[in-house]
Structure formats: C-alpha cells, structure tokens
Design a protein around this ligand. Structure first.
Ligand code: F0G
Length: 357
C-alpha cells in the first residue's frame, strides 16, 4: 500500500503533452479534471439493457462543471500573454468558472448573463469571486454577440468556447474516459448548448483514434426541444427550456457539432423538458448522482435512442453519459420538484412514525 497521499494534478499538468502549453505558460489551476467515471448499474437494470453505462461526473470539478477543464487552459494562456481581464457570456457555468480562475490568475473578470435566466448557485459563484456581473435584458445569444463586439473594441480576453484554448482543455475529458475504460466507449451521450463540449470531446476522441487506430464513439448530442437549433436547422430566436444551461438558440460551434455528429456516425436530437426532468430524477434516485437538469439530457437522450431503435438490439458494449454540471448549482429546482418534508413534534415516536420505521 502507498503510504503517502496521492497528489492530485490539474488538467495542464496531467495532459501537458497534448495541450498548447510550454514551460513559459503560467499554470493557473484549481486541480480540475480527473473526475469519476461511475458505472450506472441500477440504470442499466432499470432499462433492461445488456450494455454497460458509465456516468462521467463533471460536476466534481472545482467550480462544479466541465468548464474548468477549458478555463484552466484559456486563463493560463491569457496570463502568458499578459492579459489583465477576461470576459464571457454565459448561461451560468462558464461565468462561475471564469471568475474563479481569473481570481487565481490575478485578473479581472467580466461576465455577461441573461437577466433572470441563470441558476442561483452559478450567479452566487460569479458574485462571490468578485466578477463584474452584468445582467442583460436579452438571452444568451445576444450576450455572446455583445461580448464578441466588446472584445473587438477593448483589451480583454474572451474565454467563451470560441476561444480555441477552451476546446483544447475540454478535450482532456475524452482522454480520461479512454484511460479509465481502457478502451473507447461505443457511444457517448451528452447535452448540447453552445456546442463547444461536443466539439472538444470529438477532437479528443479523434486524436486518440488517430494515434492508436481504435474506433471513436458515436457522438450522441441532445438539445432541449424548446432550444433545438441544430436539430431543426434554424436559429431559435426565443429558446426556452427548464435546463437553463442549454437555453441557446444560435450555437457558436454549430458547424463543428454537425461535423462531430457526421464523422462519428452519431446523432443530434432533442429531448423534451419533461424527459429531461424525469431522467434527472432517475440519476438522483437510482444512482445517487445529483447532476443539474441540463446534464440529464444525456440520460434522456439514451432513453430516446433506445426507443427509436438507434442502438441495435442486444448491443453489449459501453455507453458513456456526460453529466456536465453538479445538481447543487440549481437546488431550487430540486426542492420545487419534490414534496416538502413533513413537520412533526420533537418526539422520538412521532419522528419514527413519520420516517416510516
Ligand atoms: N451542460 C451544462 C451544465 C452547461 O453549463 C452547458 C453550457 C452545457 C451542458 C452545454 O455545453 O455549450 O459546450 O454545448 N453552458 C455554457 C455556459 C453555455 O455559459 O455556462 P456546450
């Protein structure tokens, strides 16, 4: 047995060889990455399938979402260049991550969010890290347009996923899945919003496949049906979904997501809000994994693919579901969606009876 504690590495240190960093890059890290790949035995049983299902639980990153993988690279590269400030538009998680990493790098952060449309946990993160938070009377797509314009006119580094360093950092999740499974999964199910993450995973899987000759997974991306521009092939001017993280009508990486779908032989489909919410509850109640609603689009998508016959009968390989963010980002929705706790007198018998003992 190893007597010393295991030293945790961040994404840049663990994956330096495949990232655009050098000895001159200051490493701004919160020791992100190395997230668990959890076998979902109970979901497998409840679906009655013969393949194995794994949950890549990205909510275990330092700020509670997958964004930290890309942010450590984007903010470190901004620091290398001498930038003093970073900016992003966000449905919440990017803003939480950018503001935390900016603090580590001694930079100012500016986050532009759609007013009233981001989960409270995410807003609290940006605020407590001291970001300049600007809430815009408009949706995410409008926020992103404004941020792009600002970057053309002011000295500030854009850290949305159109920044290629974000994609480089996020592709490390594909390497982790490959290393943890010891092989490529056959399918990967994931939510799609601005489409940076599906782009990043596909880049990672393609790189691994090119160097090792193994077949990358089919990329199965899922948008919410009220915010499904890629599925329907049109911009959504007023995207709507309970999964606020993916409430996006005009994704920045639209074309790249289509490439990931087409090159991998996958699909980009939509799932309804009620399918997302029931998958979200199943993750919590069957596996003990509390993800945020947008993340559950991956399980909702798997169920949809099964009923659509997109997965062959008797398939017995491996499917990975990416759970992009932690459930504690949006506790209000969880509390709203269940019965409130029963209140009793402070008496042992009353408590035991109420607890069903
Ligand atoms: N899941 C969560 C929890 C997210 O926060 C996001 C995106 C996605 C999925 C979709 O990822 O945009 O790369 O396709 N959130 C961004 C943000 C837009 O601002 O936090 P994507």
């Amino acid at each position: 047995m190893n007597s010393g504690p295991l030293r945790r590495m961040g994404v840049i240190e663990r994956f330096a060889g495949i990232l655009p960093v050098s000895d001159k890059t200051p490493v701004i890290t919160l020791l992100e990455g190395s997230t668990p790949l959890i076998e979902a035995v109970n979901i497998k049983k409840s679906l009655g399938v013969s393949f194995d299902i794994y949950l890549k639980y990205e909510g275990m990153n330092p700020t509670g979402s997958f964004k930290d993988r890309g942010m450590t690279v984007a903010v470190s590269k901004a620091a290398e260049k001498g930038s003093r400030a970073v900016i992003c538009a966000s449905t919440g998680n990017t803003s939480a991550s950018a503001s935390a990493y900016a603090v580590r790098g001694g930079m100012k952060s500016i986050v532009v969010i759609p007013e009233g449309a981001i989960a409270l946990g995410k807003l609290s993160q940006a605020l407590i890290h001291g970001a300049s938070v600007v809430a815009v009377k408009g949706n995410f797509d409008r926020c992103l347009e404004i941020v792009k314009d600002i970057c053309e006119n002011y000295e500030v580094e854009m850290v949305n996923s159109i920044n290629p360093f974000r994609i480089e950092g996020q592709k490390t999740a594909a390497y982790e899945v490959f290393q943890d499974l010891g092989r490529m999964p056959d399918y990967q199910f994931m939510p799609v919003g601005n489409a940076g993450n599906i782009t990043a995973y596909w880049k990672g899987y393609r790189e691994i496949s090119e160097s090792g000759g193994c077949t990358p997974p089919r990329m199965m991306g899922f948008q919410a049906s009220g915010a499904a521009p890629i599925v329907e092939g049109r911009v959504f001017d007023n995207p709507e979904t309970v999964a606020t993280a993916i409430r996006i009508g005009n994704p920045a990486s639209w074309k790249k997501a289509e490439e990931a779908r087409d090159e991998s032989g996958g699909v980009i489909e939509s799932v309804t809000d009620s399918e997302i919410l029931s998958a979200w509850r199943e993750l919590a109640c069957l596996e003990g994994v509390f993800a945020e609603p947008a993340s559950a689009a991956s399980l909702a998508g798997l169920k949809k693919s099964l009923s659509a016959g997109d997965i062959p009968e008797g398939f017995d390989g491996e499917a990975v579901l990416v759970l992009t963010g932690h459930g504690l980002k949006d506790p209000g929705r969880a509390v709203e969606s269940v019965d409130p706790p029963g209140v009793v007198e402070a008496d042992i018998e009353e408590v035991a009876r109420a607890a069903g003992l």
